[in-house]
Design a protein around this ligand. Sequence first.
Ligand code: NDP
Length: 295
Amino acid sequence: MTAKIIDGKAFAAQIREKVAAHVARLKSDHDMVPGLAVVLVGEDPASQVYVRNKGKQTVEAGMAGFEHKLDAATSEEDILRLVDRLNADPKVHGILVQLPLPDHVDSSKVINRINPAKDVDGFHISNVGLLGTGQKSMVPCTPLGCLMMLRDHHGSLSGLNAVVLGRSNIVGKPMAQLLLADNCTVTIAHSRTKDLARICRGADILVVAVGRPEMVQGDWVKPGATVIDVGMNRIQHPDNPDKTKLVGDVDFAAAAQVAGAITPVPGGVGPMTIACLLANTVTACCRAHGLPEPQ
Ligand code: NDP
């Protein structure tokens, strides 16, 4: 069997088109421009790339982008002051603080200082609680992107066995909540889980977010299952030691022989994450002004 490749890049382009159309309507009908502020502290190379891409796509969708690049030594107090300013700024509808923050900064304190209505990453404790109790919230972008691809592929997810490999606050846990809300039977696996391969083999839907290059083998996948690979790992290129290569947490070649559908890396979850961030910013803008939200 050869799996259907779920094209996250094409799907994300469709979402961005819808976002841009909604933004254009907000401008023409309400003279309103959704604004996204991104805060980057320090010079982590991967974070710099993410922030640059987010800024570029924000502007391409017709929205206002505000980038705040702070020195790695910036004090927690100063970061909190900036968040307060952005909370109070009516031009800013979404605030994203790029993680990880430097060690001397308490990330939870910074994230929980963001006005929950502007928390487009969905990491504020209020949004976490709302999601966990099935109430309207800001949904974290990466799991939201995964859910959209799964719904698109399956239609209904009701009754399917889902295994989420990884229990981080930003991917694994919210992913599990979303699948539960869509009536999957959800298992969350992690580094202490026993007999991981057997548990993964029971999954109709396998979402992998561990940060371990190509850890999930072909024989961990149930024939016909849908595999969503969240992992983004830069490894040495097998054919050229001077180059690097981006791989997921799943052995793609082997898993694609067994799965019914699978996301590639790159071109799967990654582009969906940024598209969902833009969509969340438009949603935040509409909610702030009591306007209908994009569907
Ligand atoms: P974390 O490091 O925060 O969490 C990793 C999780 O995987 C933990 O729950 C950990 O278990 C579990 N884990 C680690 N090793 C093993 C193992 N050998 N067996 C079983 N479970 C294991 O990572 P994130 O959730 O932040 O990210 C995961 C991956 O997704 C990374 O590659 C990251 O780069 C990528 N990512 C991609 C995004 C995108 O847009 N495509 C966005 C965000 C992340 P335990 O809790 O027991 O330690």
